[in-house]
Design a protein around this ligand. Structure first.
Ligand code: NAD
Ligand code: ZN
Length: 347
């Protein structure tokens, strides 16, 4: 086994990420070592690259970044059972504690001690990743390494979209970023009647229509009320998925909802933002915050849906060799992409 690897590291507290040589992680008795094949670049990685206020208070330096990955198990700790060397896998990047009431009740995604790989702990933008065996999700043969590398954000989309019953419902998604678009595909797959997706970026809306059977609305020039009327939505949307983190989008969503509508909030506003609470109260709206994925129910459902016709492959718009990571990040930052992958076999 080699003992050095290449990794994309936040090695200095300033803008950028740097390809460095790092020791291959040592695994403990309950861990596995994963040789990374593909990784996805996430909005979170862009925050870390930019070294914005959130990143400065959250991310320790030095840190190997990245949390969206697929790979193969190459080493296993002595306590690991039920996995095998050579197993293709992805994995849950939220590392949880086992002591909290929520964890002990099996609600692992609600554990307050959660720490993220590539954010608080050493991450996946590297040739090798150490991961607790508990977090490993084996990949069935019919799920590619490329799709395996985006199961983390697809999981965000699935967790959000499946928060409320969608069958026969009219669904509004604000924000046609990669996660909003994938949520639209999930809502369609799950049996929604109409799925409307809004954005201010026309390229993203066009991408949405290449991934899923959705109605795109550019809110800089189209009126959501007209769209509602054209679709015969009498009162308002039944279910809202907020996936932009933008306050204007949330206001618009609340306005467009039916009385008693249900809204799942995934988008993260940059700071505190004003909300018209009386509107939410008088519309009797239910709000649900979404963090991460349900461990491991979201993973189970997501893989089952992918094996049963859910197709998000068109969200993968770019792929670069890992050593061309600067191009990958520039593409992601341009807003003209879907998901951007890095290939760690080319380093
Ligand atoms: P993204 O930034 O790529 O997409 C957001 C989209 O919203 C962009 O296309 C942007 O143009 C659009 N937008 C901006 N203003 C808008 C408006 N007024 N109306 C409609 N759309 C508007 O992000 P993403 O990677 O798809 O992630 C979606 C959101 O989810 C982000 O806010 C991200 O931070 C958040 N997120 C949350 C979790 C969680 O666990 N809660 C996990 C991952 C991502
Ligand atoms: Zn991510």
């Amino acid at each position: 086994m080699i003992n050095e690897m290449k990794a994309l590291v936040k090695s200095e507290p300033r803008e950028g990420l740097w390809l460095k040589t790092a020791p291959v992680p040592e695994i403990g008795p309950d861990d596995v070592l994963i040789r990374i094949n593909k990784t996805g670049i996430c909005g979170t990685d862009i925050h870390i690259w930019n070294w914005d206020a959130w990143a400065q208070k959250t991310v320790p330096v030095p840190l190997i970044t990245g949390h969206e990955f697929s790979g193969e198990i190459v080493e296993m700790g002595r306590n690991v059972e039920g996995l095998s060397l050579g197993q293709r896998c992805s994995g849950e990047g939220h590392l949880i504690g086992k002591q909290s009431r929520q964890s002990r009740a099996g609600k692992f995604h609600l554990d307050p001690e959660t720490r993220g790989i590539g954010v608080n702990e050493q991450g996946a933008f590297a040739q090798y990743l150490r991961l607790p065996a508990f977090n490993v999700v084996p990949l069935p043969d019919d799920i590619s390494d490329d799709i395996g590398a985006i199961l983390d954000p697809l999981g965000n989309a699935v967790h959000t979209a499946l928060s409320f019953d969608l069958i026969g419902e009219d669904v509004l998604i604000t924000g046609a970023g990669p996660i909003g678009i994938m949520a639209a595909a999930v809502a369609r797959h799950a049996g929604a009647r109409h799925v409307v997706i809004t954005d201010i970026n026309q390229d993203r809306l066009e991408l949405a229509t290449r991934v899923a059977d959705v109605i795109p609305v550019n809110v800089t020039r189209d009126d959501l009320n007209d769209v509602k009327a054209q679709l015969g939505i009498m009162q308002g949307f039944d279910v809202g998925l907020e996936m932009s983190g933008n306050q204007v989008a949330l206001d618009q969503m609340v306005e467009a909802m039916v009385m008693g509508g249900r809204i799942a909030l995934l988008g993260i506003p940059p700071g505190k933002s004003p909300v018209d609470w009386s509107r939410i109260v008088f519309k009797a709206i239910t709000l649900k915050g979404i963090y991460g994925r349900e461990i491991f129910e979201t993973w189970y459902k997501m893989i089952a849906m992918l094996q049963n016709g859910l197709d998000v492959s068109n969200i993968l718009t770019h792929q670069f060799a890992a050593h061309d990571y600067t191009q990958g990040f520039a593409t992601m930052k341009s807003g003209l992409s879907g998901k951007v992958l890095l290939d760690w076999n080319e380093i």
